[in-house]
Design a protein around this ligand. Sequence first.
Ligand code: D5M
Ligand code: FE
Ligand code: ZN
Length: 505
Amino acid sequence: MDESEIISRFLDHNLNISPEAISTLRSGEDANAMVEAIIKNVVSMEVRPAVVTPEVIGTIKDTGINEEAPTVLDDNKEVVVKKPRRRTEASEVDSDLKILTDRDVTDKSFSKGTIEGFVSYFNDRYTRLSKILKERDQMKDVGEIERTKTGGSDGEVKVIGMVNDVRTTRKGHILIQLEDPSGTIASLVRKQDFELIRLTQALVKDEVIGVIGTMYKDLLMVNDLLFPDLPMGRAPKRSEDPVAAALISDIHIGSSEFIGDAFEKFIRWIRGELGSQKQKELAGKVKYLVIGGDLVDGVGIYPGQEEELTIKDIYKQYEALAADLSRVPDEVEIIISPGNHDAVRQAEPQPAIMEEFAPAFYEDPRIHMVGNPCYAQVHGVNIVTYHGRSLDDIISTIPDQSYQKPDEAMGYILQKRHLAPIYGGKVPMSPEKHDFMLLEDPPDILHSGHVHTVGVRPYRGTTIINSGTFQSQTSFQRKMNMKPHPGVIPVVDLQAHRTTLMRFM
Ligand code: D5M
Ligand code: FE
Ligand code: ZN
């Protein structure tokens, strides 16, 4: 690749590259692939560097995303009589997995769906999110909405409220109705405040925000708007041991669109039977396999599903998956969280898949059956797994969101510190006394699925990952022009905090 070609490739993505970085790229092997990888990583950065320098390239090489497609090296044609025990890094390390069961709804759902139930659910959501907002310096002296209104002060007012409604006025200003336990207030963002108007684009009903402004009659004129968000300058926790986690979801066993070949390749790779030396080494580090829901296609999930099933019995669907998982190496701990196609209630938070439907999972000591969402600590690294049904609502509500970049939509989950910020959208929700979907602590890894596309991006110290699917495009998705990314698996080295995308198609 010559210099002008490299410059123009970067310019195609509105990126500038320094002459030193060009020489770095040209001197390495396979400059072409490197240029692609660097562009992809820089584009996904939360704060893009003004110029791509050798330092930027170095950082990406250390912590960025890389991609691997395994090549078949051995065909297993010869009969192996004696086979030494496979010694992998993962088999030398003790498991260190903690499921935070007090944050898991399994065996803890007491919701009766009464009015009182909704009131206490929203109170819990408001109280805990406002606590996160109050930790911010700007929000320290926040007041109650009702007092702010009647106080009639000319000075600055600060409130924390749940968003009841957002609308554009005839003159193009944005009017936000906020509510706290004391009352409601109308707040106005003036159309000429471009930066604030941009922030209001991300507002959704039922999220909790902080507003700073001044009263004009009974209208709060907004000067600043704060999301609970993640703190800045936080580094993700890393494992001290050389272990990795493979994150998958949406296998959809039983569906006629389930891609058995790709799943078989994945199982063979994790067994160390497939791939280059480097890819086998990564497989050898995998000590955790996290499955984020939609393990099977289920039955009776949508009208006419039966015609699209190759396994029509849900027990047999789980049996087929259990047979595959039994071939995962012994040292791998498997965490199973449900999705909307699994054999458990649809309302979120969802308890673990019931033993009645998947007894084999309950018999295997390596398999950990958890709810959706699941909060886990793996070698000190906080991993939140949430199937991701709320992404349908986020993508259809917030401007510029699409199924092709699920990681960007997942960023709003972190900004709002809530896995399902919009109540009463497409996500059926169970109003528990305690809001299990609220992100009390910043996760190191946020893992979702559901939308069947893959996306990875860093966001304020958290790595956001959507783990795609093993199901090819369904007739429904064809109608909706949704293009899945089947057979792509994110694998996170928990020591280096580095994600590799393994491609099995
Ligand atoms: O959903 C996979 C993706 O397809 C997810 O983004 C929702 C969308 N989907 C699939 N079926 C439907 C229906 N019937 N209505 C609306 N959206 C749908 P999965 O959970 O794997 O079915
Ligand atoms: Fe799915
Ligand atoms: Zn789903």
